[in-house]
Write a protein of this length. Structure first.
Length: 332
């Protein structure tokens, strides 16, 4: 194991946090081809870590969440550690030699928990070995974190698969979650002009488990290609703030189950676009949306978009999905 104590990490608030790095090597029966590298920061200093926000490196846009000042301040207030696993190519992975194996049971899941154990032994934060996780992944790692909820449901506080999709057979259309995983809240994002992952496969994944009772939320970024997740930062933070308060993460206690019979629900009126995803299916935008309290009849000509924990989050979601177009200045 290799350790680096980083003093200054640039002109962000993360520069004032203790930051560490570790590597994990594959076991003989695992598919990743070499050592995997992980970074970890403690914005709340010596406070007990309530949970670890894991943002998987999948390009410049998603990496911004690791050091963004608003995210770092959010982590400080909620006593979260921030973790960034870096790309870890697999042997004979779907997609080619530089790609990852997005099935967590093939090694990448064990490696992430091993990294947390190593950080726990050397950081003075022994609670990391049992800390709950917030998962944020984009594209292929969005698909990874969709699978991960079924791999370790008791450790997952929340999951945010953004533009999730990957080469068959590890895309979101092949996620099979056990009943225990359906208590984990998810915020699933899709771009209305995403030529890679599209909107329909992420939505089908959302709808399948939402209809089975999962407290999930679907978000579409109108006319947005395969990029630009940082645009949703304010909505993500508002949603996570409520989820953390509801689930009360602790390294020594089970996560609380959410009662989604209370709160709000969202609906989208979908309009097809002239863009097609990597499988030839047309994508779509939200040409209208609405919110209402749970228990009321669904509006006509709309599709369900999931559960919203509060009126504040509901209005944030509504404003976001009704925006005609989102900036595309933050490419992967």
């Amino acid at each position: 194991m290799r350790w680096i104590l980083i003093g200054l990490l640039g002109l962000t608030t993360l520069a004032q946090a203790q930051s560490l790095e570790t590597i994990v090597t594959p076991l003989s029966n695992e598919t990743f081809a070499g050592s995997c590298r992980y970074d970890l920061a403690f914005p709340a200093g010596r406070h007990l870590v309530r949970a670890v926000w894991v943002t998987f490196d999948r390009g410049r846009d998603i990496m911004k969440f690791y050091s963004d000042p608003d995210v770092v301040d959010f982590a400080r207030r909620h006593h979260l550690a921030l973790m960034m696993p870096h790309q870890c190519p697999a042997k004979n992975a779907p997609g080619g030699p530089k790609e990852m194996d997005m099935d967590p049971s093939h090694g990448v899941g064990r490696a992430l928990f091993t990294a947390l154990d190593q950080f726990a032994r050397h950081s003075g934060h022994a609670e990391l070995s049992s800390s709950k996780l917030i998962l944020l992944g984009f594209s292929g790692t969005g698909a990874l974190f969709a699978h991960f909820v079924g791999y370790a449901p008791d450790r997952i506080l929340a999951s945010i698969p953004a533009d999730p999709g990957h080469y068959d057979p590890v895309g979101v259309d092949n996620v099979r979650l056990p009943p225990a995983a359906l208590v984990v809240p998810e915020l699933i994002m899709a771009g209305g002009a995403d030529k890679v992952s599209g909107t329909q496969r992420p939505y089908n994944y959302f709808r399948l488990y939402r209809e089975r009772g999962a407290p999930w939320l679907f978000v579409v970024q109108n006319r947005t290609p395969h990029c630009c997740i940082i645009n949703a930062k304010s909505l993500i933070l508002a949603w996570l703030d409520e989820i953390i308060n509801l689930r009360q993460p602790s390294p020594t206690k089970p996560l609380r189950k959410i009662d989604d019979s209370r709160g709000w629900v969202g609906y989208i009126r979908a309009c097809p676009s002239d863009v097609h995803d990597g499988w030839g299916t047309a994508t779509w935008d939200a040409c209208d949306a609405s919110i209402q309290r749970t228990g009321r009849a669904a509006p006509a000509d709309s599709i369900p978009a999931g559960w919203l924990p509060s009126h504040h989050v509901a209005t944030e979601w509504l404003a976001f999905v009704k925006q005609p177009q989102h900036p595309t200045s933050s490419l992967p």
